[in-house]
Structure formats: C-alpha cells, structure tokens
Design a protein around this ligand. Structure first.
Ligand code: NAD
Length: 487
C-alpha cells in the first residue's frame, strides 16, 4: 500500500513574471508516479506569456548587469539559505513529483544549496577581478579585461533532476549578471515552483528571475525563438536539443546543450569485485536509471565475468523497489506512463533481438500501481542493437565481456555519446591509462558518481555543447571584452 505520501492535490500558479505570480488560462496536471494520482494542477503559459516574461527580463537586465558581484552574492546566498530552511519540504516535493527515494531527493536538495553557495563565492571575487590588466608585448598600448553578462537568457530543463539542472544554470547566470526566463519540465514543475517562491523572497530585483511553466511546444519553442535572448541553456534529449539549436540559429543566439548519454563502466581484470558490483548497480539503477550519466553499458574482463555476473544478479535482485517515501527503498518508479512504456518497449525489442535476460524485465508483482520496473540486466547484447546504442533512460543495464584493455576502450568509445565513464581496478596505472583513453567529459576511478560543483559537467561528441559547473559554468553566461588604449 502506498499511503505514506503527503496529499498535495492543489492548484498552483505556474507563471512568475516581474516579481509577481500570474494567473493562467491553461493548466498542467502533475502526477505522482508512485500512485498514478494527480498531485497538483499548475498554471501554464503560452507564447504571449513568454513574451511578457522576456519583456520583464529585458527591462531588468541593465540594472542587474551593473550590480556589483557582492550584491549578486548576497542574493545567491539568500536563495541557498532559503533552500536550506525549506529542505524537508523540497525533499518531499522532489520525491513525490519525480518518484525518487527520499535519500536521493536529499542529495539533490543539498546539491542545489552547494551550487548557489559556490556561485555566491565566485560572484564575491568578481569586483576585484573586473578591469584587470592584460600583459601586452608593447609599451605603446595597455589593455584591461572585462567580463560582462551576456544578456537575457532562457533556461530550459528536464524532469530527471528537477531543481538540480535548474540550479546548475540559474546560479551561474545570476552570478554573471544575466536576467533569466526559466522553463521547468512540464512533468516535474513542483520543486521549481517552490524554488521560485524562495527566490521571490531572496531580495533579487523584480524581473531578474522569471518562470513560465508549460509544454515544450507552447513555452520552450517561443522562448528559444525570441530574438531578445542572448543565449539558451538547455538540458534534455538530443531530439529536442537539435530543435533548440535550429531555432536559436535563426537569430544566431548562443546555446549550451546538456544532452543524452550511453556511458560505460569498465571492470578491469584487477578490479575489486565487490566494489565493481556496487558501482555497476548504482551507475545503472540510481534514479531508476533515468540519468544522462547512467553507466548502462558494463564491460567486464572475461576472466572475472562468471563470478561478477553471479554477484551482480544477486545484488540487482536484492534492490528494494517501492514507495519512495518508505525508508530503505532503493529504487522508486519511472517518472510517468510514457517513460515506463518506452523502457518496456526497449526491453521487449532487446529480447526479440536475442539479448539474454539475466534478471528483471517486469513490473514487481507486489506493486500493482505506479510506474515500477525491476532492475533489469541483459548479457550478450549485440553492439549494433538499440539496447546497446541508444539511451534507454530506465533501469536497464547491458553487460559485455572483453579480452584486452584495447578492446574495452574501443567498446566504450564506440558511441555517438561521450558524457561520462567509470573505471574499476586495483591497478592504478591501468585505471589512469583507461581513464585517459575515454572519450568522456568526466571519468570516475573506483568511485561512485560523485559530483563536485568545482568540477566541470558535460561531455564529448553528441552529449554536450559547452560545460556546466565550476568557473566554466559561469563563463558560459559571460562575454569577454578587452579595452585597449594608447599609453
Ligand atoms: P526533453 O528533451 O523531452 O525535454 C527537456 C525540456 O525541453 C523540457 O522542459 C521540455 O518541455 C522542453 N522542450 C520540449 N520540446 C521543446 C521544444 N521544441 N523547444 C524548446 N523546449 C522544448 O527531455 P526530458 O525527457 O525532459 O529529459 C530527459 C533527457 O534529458 C534525456 O535525454 C537525458 O539524457 C537528458 N539529460 C541530460 C543531462 C546532461 O547533463 N547531459 C542531464 C539531465 C537530463
């Protein structure tokens, strides 16, 4: 029985423009994926609403762009502290709207706090760094460097890490001095609405932050097309990323894109098997596998394969799937019916193509309601199959063996994506060698998928254009200006 969750069947404003919540004529129904029941209905915008939001952001931009780094830092710290104050409520909203266990939702909320604090610290250093001298090979000229905000920006985010993907864009954009229009995912707007409520009380001037809920076509597309935007920062699927880039190209605005992945976890011959099993399960089943960074391809040295697969199967079958609000549950439901059906179709197609099912593949028998799926592992997956090549975005792992380090590297890199990789080995030199050979933006060695706001996020090939987090995330929202004068 799923009876531990709060009832949130309510109407919520979903449009925040120029410091005011606005009424709406259209509504989104937001579902709890663990119960399939409506959680709330949320006001939704359209092209006219987007225009008003960009009007407000454009009007607010000049003054915000002129504000000091210290002022921006104060607002960012106020947001971080507001999130800290409402931590429990945000964790519950994150779990009830996206289905992730409370323990995972807590990691998300803490990540949001660190992101706003980190960019507050960077904003604090900006005043001293502005107008720094640039060394020139001439006595006749001197130069200074200015970093200026790029303008009004559109931020479009997906449903798998609500609030986190927003914070990774919003905190650096505000630190840089940009004004923003945020479009949350229509599937999981509730955590972002709470965040907007916190921002409304942070001292940020009206119009600097605006939010419009709605569908991709009604809100995302007109936002991307608005010629007044300097940039669109998008996280989501490759199919939509292409559309965003095409629309942005019409007015030659900049894009940052964080897209899909098909990443590998490599279990080298000297691996600690217990660690390998834990990290393989975490890499493929955390957030029910709905991670751009899921290591859904597992490559294991053939001499370890038999024992590794036995232990992997036992661990996957022991994963407790269920109500995300119940203590000890390790995996919640998929986010909605569409995603559930998509993943089930991938499993069916994999079976038809001859892949061997090691475990899972079905709804857990005790969970009749909700979009629950067992952790699923396939072996003998053909390298030209959809299961091996496409991002499935569900709890589905594919395992293959390799007989040499070179073969492992070639198998891992044989993908149109290149987001992350994990390498497990007690042989440090081998692990570092393989890490260096990965075509991926982030590689973990013998480590879970820890993310530090100081380290860049983003990938090679079709996984990303640009990088988020760290100073790179800030630079994505800045223009560089040199002023050269005769001395
Ligand atoms: P999606 O592409 O369907 O939607 C993402 C956002 O774009 C949503 O807000 C959606 O409403 C909006 N959108 C849809 N159509 C649009 C259009 N025509 N113009 C403008 N905006 C539009 O993605 P999703 O299903 O919400 O999220 C899953 C995808 O996100 C996966 O592919 C995953 O890999 C990717 N993702 C990537 C990262 C990363 O950092 N690389 C992180 C999280 C998720």
């Amino acid at each position: 029985m799923l009876n531990t969750q709060p009832c949130l069947s309510e109407s919520r404003a979903g449009i925040y423009i120029n410091g005011q919540w606005q009424s709406a004529s259209e509504w989104l129904v937001v579902i709890n994926p663990a119960t399939e029941q409506a959680l709330a209905r949320v006001g939704a915008g359209n092209a006219a609403t987007v225009k008003l939001a960009v009007d407000a952001a454009s009007a607010a931009f000049p003054a915000w762009a002129q504000s000091t780094g210290a002022t921006r830092a104060r607002c960012l710290r106020a947001i971080a502290s507001g999130v800290q104050t409402r931590r429990q409520r945000l964790i519950q909203l994150q779990s009830s709207n996206s289905g992730k266990p409370l323990s995972e939702a807590a990691l998300d909320v803490d990540d949001v706090i660190s992101t706003f604090e980190y960019y507050a610290d960077l904003a604090d250093t900006m005043d001293a760094q502005q107008d720094s001298n640039v060394a020139l090979p001439s006595r006749d000229f001197t130069a200074r460097l200015r970093r200026e905000p790029c303008g009004v920006v559109g931020l479009i985010v997906p449903w798998n890490f609500p609030m986190v993907t927003t914070a990774w864009k919003l905190a650096p954009a505000l630190a840089a001095g940009c004004s923003v229009v945020l479009k949350p995912s229509e599937v999981t707007p509730l955590p972002e609405l709470e965040l907007a409520d916190i921002i409304a009380q942070s001292g940020l001037p009206a119009g600097v932050f605006n939010l419009v809920c709605g569908t991709g076509l009604a809100v995302g597309a007109p936002l991307t097309s608005d010629p007044r935007l300097a940039k669109v920062s998008f996280t989501g699927s490759n199919a939509v990323g292409v559309q965003v880039m095409q629309r942005a190209a019409e007015t030659l605005k900049g894009v940052s894109l964080e897209l899909g992945g098909k990443s590998s976890l490599l279990v080298l011959a000297e691996a600690d098997l217990e660690l390998a099993v834990e990290l393989a399960c975490a890499g493929a089943f955390f957030n029910a596998g709905q991670m751009c960074s899921a290591t859904s391809r597992v490559l294991v040295a053939e001499e370890l394969a038999e024992v590794f697969l036995q232990r992997l199967k036992a661990r996957a079958q022991a994963i407790r799937v269920g109500d995300p609000f119940t203590a000890g549950v390790e995996m919640g439901p998929l986010v909605n019916r569409a995603q559930y059906q998509r993943v089930r179709q991938h499993i069916a197609a994999g079976l038809q193509a001859g892949a061997q099912l090691l475990c899972g593949g079905e709804r857990p028998t005790e969970l009749a309601q909700g979009y629950f799926l067992q952790p699923t592992i396939f072996t003998d997956v053909a390298t030209d199959s959809a299961l091996w090549r496409e991002e499935i975005f569900g709890p589905v792992m594919c395992v293959r063996t390799f007989s040499s380090e070179d073969e492992a590297i070639a198998l891992a890199n044989d993908s149109e994506f290149g987001l992350v990789a994990s390498v497990i080995s007690r042989d440090q030199a081998a692990a570092e060698r393989v890490a260096n050979a990965m075509q991926a933006g982030l590689v973990w060695i013998n480590a879970p998928q820890v993310i530090f706001v100081q380290a860049a996020w983003g990938g090679y090939k079709q996984s990303s254009i640009g990088r988020e987090l760290g100073p790179w995330g800030l630079q994505a929202f800045q223009e560089i200006k040199h002023v050269i004068r005769a001395s």
